[in-house]
Design a protein around this ligand. Structure first.
Ligand code: ZN
Length: 108
């Protein structure tokens, strides 16, 4: 692999359409759910964080490991406030190093 650049990750719910009306993969539209819009925004930040132009395989592995931590999106309490929901949303932020879950407003 000479070069690889992930420039976009859009996270959607299982029940959401990932194809456009003419059957093409829809890589532009955001999720209808606020929780997945948040995760999409965080994934964009994570991609910028994990960029290592000389080691694309490390980038992919690091980013996928980070993204996989969302498997417990609705089951992990916030590591700061200890709550599952804040303003109706689960902890949508994952620490880049520890992968711990935080609410967007609890991560600073
Ligand atoms: Zn919190």
């Amino acid at each position: 692999m000479r070069s690889l650049f992930i420039d976009r990750t859009i996270v959607k719910g299982y029940n959401e359409n990932v194809y456009t009306e003419d059957g093409k993969l829809d890589i532009w539209s955001k999720s209808n759910y606020q929780v997945f819009q948040k995760v999409t925004d965080h994934a964009t930040t994570a991609l910028l964080h994990y960029q290592l132009p000389q080691m694309p395989d490390v980038v992919v592995r690091s980013f996928m490991t980070w993204l996989r931590s969302y498997i417990k999106l609705f089951q992990a309490p916030c590591q700061r406030c200890g709550k599952f929901l804040q303003d109706g949303l689960p902890p949508t932020w994952r620490d880049f190093r520890t992968l711990e879950a935080f609410h967007d407003t609890c991560r600073q």
